[in-house]
Design a protein around this ligand. Structure first.
Ligand code: ADP
Ligand code: MG
Length: 307
């Protein structure tokens, strides 16, 4: 074994990394396919990698050099609790991504911030509880919550389906949820949605998936979150929009960097890519589709833990 790799392994051996996930329902298994792969890769790199439930009061987060938020997929209906945990955890040890980023990114009002910063985004109208319904009457549109994942509580409507859309809006407002109304971007049916993944400040890989909202799908139905996923070679236009979105993330006052980011893009009415979602909390990495990325991710995580 060469000297440098001995040094690298010895340093990594001291590193303790927690991978934060969610507690699946009683009897169910975790759906996070990245988790076992990432854990094994970190262990292979000589680090200690432990999986913990974010809401487990018995986990001593301070005992880790780094806590990586991996798949805390129940947060979208427990936002306040989750953000409070992130803030607590971020005070005990290094958290990736940092708590301030988590706070900003768990509320899709950030799409409005990105638009204000000049980043091309899906045109969005926000309807907070109490706001009157304003739906397009000349085209199909989407209604979805500002706190969502896996297309939960999302649906598309034609103008003549206004009554159903109103019922969804009312249900969301009754639960205290703010709704987002967007034009249904029909390009998604042919060109799909592209996810550009960044890790350790560099493009890791990209994937493309098909449209999730089939016509007539009820908003409270379970949806297939990533239909027909395949590797994708991002275009220069997609790379440019993704980098603009990342540059528009509010600056961290503590100087900490983003460890990971996923930028989801669709083509707008003008045919140019725009941001559907900027996922800085718990993105699926799709490592099973991109095995070549596994060592890159493990190395970036160990590096962040050693910083
Ligand atoms: N404006 C839209 N036009 C077309 N499809 C949309 C639109 N908004 C959402 N969708 C579909 O719904 C899915 C989920 O919406 P998204 O905003 O990504 O929320 P989530 O956080 O649930 O992933 C998208 O992947 C896409 O297939
Ligand atoms: Mg999405």
């Amino acid at each position: 074994m060469r000297m440098e790799s001995v040094v690298a392994r010895t340093a990594a051996a001291r590193v303790r990394i927690a991978l934060a996930t969610y507690r699946p329902e009683e009897g169910a298994e975790s759906l996070d396919r990245d988790l076992p792969v990432l854990r094994a890769a970190l262990e292979g790199a000589g680090a200690e990698a432990v999986v913990g439930y974010w809401d487990d009061p018995d986990v001593d987060w301070a005992a880790f050099d780094l806590v990586v938020i991996r798949s805390t997929w129940d947060y979208s209906w427990r936002v306040a609790e989750f953000v409070a945990w992130a803030e607590r955890c971020g005070k005990l040890t290094r958290l990736a991504n940092p708590a301030a980023v988590v706070r900003w990114n768990t509320d899709k009002l950030y799409i409005g911030d990105l638009a204000e910063a000049g980043v091309p985004t899906v045109p969005t109208r926000y309807l907070a509880p109490g706001a009157p319904a304003e739906f397009p009457d000349d085209r199909e549109y989407v209604v979805k919550p500002t706190s969502g994942a896996g297309a939960r509580l999302a649906a598309r409507y034609r103008p003549e389906e206004r009554e159903t859309a109103l019922r969804q809006l009312e249900r969301m407002h009754d639960r205290g949820l703010t709704a987002m109304v967007q034009p249904y971007l029909t390009s998604i049916d042919t060109a799909g949605e592209r996810a550009l993944q960044y890790y350790g400040g560099r493009l890791l890989h990209a994937s493309r998936k098909g449209a999730v909202l089939a016509p007539g799908t009820a908003y409270d139905a379970d949806k297939v979150a990533h239909p027909r996923l395949e590797p994708w070679q991002p275009t220069p236009a997609e790379l440019a929009v993704a980098e603009r979105a990342l540059a528009a993330v509010p600056r961290r006052t503590d100087g900490s960097e983003l460890l990971y980011a996923r930028v989801d893009l669709v083509d707008g009415d003008d045919g140019n890519p725009c941001v559907m979602e900027l996922e800085l909390v718990e993105p699926n990495l799709f490592l099973w589709l991109h095995p070549e990325s596994v060592p890159v991710v493990a190395e970036a995580v160990v590096k962040a833990a050693l910083r």
